[in-house]
Design a protein around this ligand. Structure first.
Ligand code: SF4
Length: 395
């Protein structure tokens, strides 16, 4: 276990570790007012997008890497018609070396899946499904501008279970205006009653330029005060821990099975936090290789046009220098409950973490925001809510 974590915590990308593939399906039926992920409601672009995606795979083909995760996200991948996810997986397998034990995830939204589609996913090799539930309460779903109801969210989970999925993740959102502890516990209880393998509990954030952020700025509602958000976060940690869910990242919890807390953690997402290379395909998707990060245009038309012309749709590329990599290592390490492995950090960057950041870590420890031990530096639950500002203090 420890050797696995050490190997995966702070090492720079190396082709000896299996890499990951992310495919961004850029379609949604409607835009949710709080969302700043790239997607379009112009579903008519589906066929051209799928052709462009195949072309992008051919141009990106990499025989040197092996992949043990494929994550099809978005957007709403489940808006694609039956058979299309299967064809995407087939094309991916034909261009990349996908290992036989790969974790293959598809994100779905309630109301856009049915038993037929889910069976098609399983037959295509999908072995993990992530359902965008957000809440089981219709009033919350209305506020979030979601198209589904609490009832259809439960139905989607049941259908996935009945189809044979045992690795099911649910996304939930909390910290809504006026939300009380009792309200939030109602969602958490309904979630654990469904016995998903994984739960992601995100704090509602007001992303700049989203309709919800504009409404907030215009005073159309009052966001939940920070202290109450923090109480709900503590409630989440206590409740999920009491119900057998192990927190491994600020927002992510996996069901433990006796003697093993690993099996249901998202193998794919852990690559993002551990400097393992990943290839992103589709509009707005990010890729990370060696010390280079690049990302595609956030525009489906532009993406298609580039690929039709036989060019990759890369919008920008950035090389990370040693300082940037160090800061990323701190930020990504602190996101995870395991924290930063100090020996690995020292070895990687040729400095002493404890000496370099002594003043800061003493200050943060005194405030109860981090826990420092012989070989680890991790955030406390109080510190987790301040990740961005704490990480920026190391700059
Ligand atoms: S369905 Fe998901 S990706 Fe689409 S707009 Fe809503 S939150 Fe964003």
């Amino acid at each position: 276990m420890l050797s696995y974590i050490l190997k995966n915590s702070l090492s720079l990308p190396s082709s000896t570790q299996p890499a990951g593939i992310y495919i961004h399906i850029p379609f949604c039926i409607r835009k949710c007012p709080y969302c700043d992920f790239y997607s379009t409601i112009d579903i008519s672009l589906q066929s051209a997008f799928l052709d462009a995606l195949t072309r992008e795979m051919q141009l990106t083909r990499n025989d040197a890497l092996r992949f043990d995760t494929l994550y099809i996200g978005g957007g709403t991948p489940s808006v694609l018609g039956v058979g299309r996810i299967g064809r995407i997986i087939e094309s991916t397998r034909s261009q990349f070396h996908i290992l036989s034990n790969a974790e293959i995830t598809v994100e779905v939204n309630p109301g856009t899946v049915n038993p037929h589609k889910l069976k098609d996913y399983i037959d295509s090799g999908v072995n993990r499904i992530n359902i965008g539930v957000q809440s089981f309460q219709d009033a919350n779903l209305n506020f979030l501008g979601r198209l589904h109801t609490g009832k259809s969210a439960k139905l989607a989970v049941k259908q996935a279970q009945n189809t044979g999925f045992n690795n099911i993740g649910l996304d939930l959102v909390f910290g809504l205006p006026g939300q009380t502890r009792t309200d939030w516990l109602l969602d958490l209880r309904q979630a654990v009653e469904l016995e998903p393998a994984h739960l992601s509990c995100y704090i509602l954030s007001y992303e700049p330029e989203t309709p919800m952020d504009r409404d907030r700025k215009a005073g159309r509602f009052q966001p939940l005060p920070e202290q109450r958000v923090s109480d709900l976060f503590e409630t989440t940690l206590a409740f999920l821990s009491n119900h057998g869910y192990h927190q491994y990242e600020i927002s992510n919890f996996a069901r433990s099975i006796p003697g093993d807390s690993e099996p249901f953690r998202s193998r794919h997402n852990r690559k993002y936090w551990s400097f393992v290379p990943y290839i992103g395909l589709g509009p707005s998707a990010h890729s990370f290789f060696g010390k280079t990060r690049y990302w595609n245009h956030r525009n489906t038309g532009k993406y298609i046009k580039n690929l039709e012309a036989g060019r990759l749709a890369v919008a920008e590329k950035e090389g990370l220098n040693r300082e940037q990599l160090m800061m990323e290592a701190i930020y990504l390490g602190l996101r995870q409950t395991q924290g930063i492995f100090i020996d690995a950090f020292n070895k990687q960057f040729g400095i002493s973490f404890k000496d370099t950041f002594e003043e800061m870590t003493t200050h943060l420890e005194g405030k109860g925001l981090i826990r420092l031990s012989q070989n680890r530096c991790a955030l406390t639950s109080k510190g987790m809510l301040l990740l961005d500002s704490i990480a920026s203090m190391f700059v």
